[in-house]
Design a protein around this ligand. Sequence first.
Ligand code: SF4
Length: 196
Amino acid sequence: MKIADDRPAKLSTTRRDFIKTASALTGAAVLCPLDFCCVARAAGQPEAIIIRGHHLFDMLEALGTGKSSHKTLGPVAQKTRANPEVPIKVVIGVDDICAPCEWWDRAKAHCKRSLTTHPQDNENSMASDKNAIRVLGLKPGDTMSAADLYRLIKTKVTKKVFAEEVCVACRLVNKCKETYESRIEAAVKALSGPRS
Ligand code: SF4
C-alpha cells in the first residue's frame, strides 16, 4: 500500500528537518552532518532517538518504572524501554521530547513553560545538556545503544557528579539528587533484563 509505506518516512524527514532548524536557531551543536538517521535506516537499523543531555536524566523514572504522565517524554521512554538496543543520539537543545511538546516555542527555540516564574530555566537546561555530554566523555551527535548509554551513565555519573557537575545549575537538583541512585539503578536494570 503506497500511502502507508510512504507516511513514516515523510514524518521522519519532517522531524529531522525541524530539529536541525531549531537547533541552528539555538546555536547548539547538534546533528551528524552525515545524517546518521538515514544511513542507519538504509542499513536496516532502527532510526536513532534524539535526546538532549539533561533529558537522559529526566527519563530515568519512566525507564525504570515504564510509567510517565509526561505526554512527550513518556512515549520516548517507553519506546526506549521496549527496545534497549535502539540508538540514542545525544544533543544540546531541542530533541524528540521537546519538539512535539506543547510548551516548545518553535519560533524562539526555547521552552516557554516557566518563562515568567523562572526565566533562567532555558539557559540552565542548556548548561545541563552540555554538562551531561561532557561528563559522559561524549560529543554532541554521538550515538550509542540505549542500554550501553545508560550503563555508561551509571558508571560515570555518581550522585555527587549528578548534583555537582551535571545538574548543578538546575533549581530542582537538591530534590532530584535524593532519588538519583535508585532511579539510575532501576533504569539500567530495565534496559538489561526481560521487558515487562
Ligand atoms: S518543551 Fe519544556 S516542558 Fe516540554 S519537554 Fe521540553 S523542556 Fe520539558
